[in-house]
Ligand binder design. Structure first.
Ligand SMILES: CC(C)(COP(=O)(O)OP(=O)(O)OC[C@H]1O[C@@H](n2cnc3c(N)ncnc32)[C@H](O)[C@@H]1OP(=O)(O)O)[C@@H](O)C(=O)NCCC(=O)NCCS
Length: 184
């Protein structure tokens, strides 16, 4: 299988790109975190902190063809006793949406989480109107485990979050299917 994306550590100069994603309202509306204003200086500090923080991994998603940074995927909230964590993803470059890059990057990050960090369960929360993200998670094998009603307040209203859970064996099945159908 010939990949279209690869994951890499963030570099300090990436903050100039990630700052534009952070300031994008479309993107902010799709995620559970609150809206806020981010200066490029604050983003620079965030990238520095991220690079130094060994409790989680924030990885850049790049296109193999031209090395363009198009998004980030994290492995975080790790509980080493229970073998659990979360793997949130963002494709910040909207011109690259709908090309399968998030699915591939998420698969790569999940493979790392399960097979290099020995996690056995991943859990991510998705806003119930984020259709693209729900599809993406289902493609990666996640199961809808429940709903957190009115758990996020933004734009003057409350939103529900779907609890999406993934066990290692469910990932293995989804990954095999993904590889079988991979179009290169
Ligand atoms: C959600 C997000 C990661 C999807 O990235 P992407 O690269 O476009 O996703 P993919 O191309 O891999 O597509 C994944 C699935 O979603 C579907 N999809 C993509 N965009 C869609 C849209 N706007 N509406 C409906 N479905 C969509 C794809 O068709 C695909 O399903 P399929 O294979 O059954 O056809 C991207 O839109 C994003 O980063 N949004 C902002 C941040 C965010 O929402 N992160 C997730 C928070 S939980």
């Amino acid at each position: 299988m010939k990949h279209k994306v690869y994951l890499r550590a963030l570099e300090l100069e990436d903050y100039l790109i990630t700052a534009t994603w952070r300031q994008d309202n479309n993107i902010r509306n799709m995620v559970g975190g609150p809206k806020y204003f981010v200066s490029t200086e604050k983003e620079r500090q965030w990238v520095i902190n991220t690079i130094q923080d060994s409790s989680r991994m924030v990885l850049g998603i790049c296109l193999i063809d031209n090395n363009k940074l198009i998004g980030t995927v994290n492995i975080q909230d790790i509980d080493w006793i229970n073998g659990t964590g979360s793997v949130p993803i963002l494709i910040g470059d909207k011109s690259e949406w709908g090309k399968g890059y998030a699915t591939e990057a998420k698969m790569l990050a999940l493979k790392f989480a399960f097979y290099e960090r020995r996690l056995q369960r991943i859990c991510d929360y998705v806003l119930d109107d984020n259709t693209a993200s729900l599809k993406l998670h289902e493609k990666c094998g996640y199961i809808k485990e429940g709903i957190l009603r009115r758990s996020v307040y933004k734009d003057g209203t409350y939103h529900n979050q779907i609890i999406m859970g993934l066990l290692k064996e469910e990932f293995d099945k989804a990954y095999d299917l993904f590889c079988e159908n991979y179009n290169d």
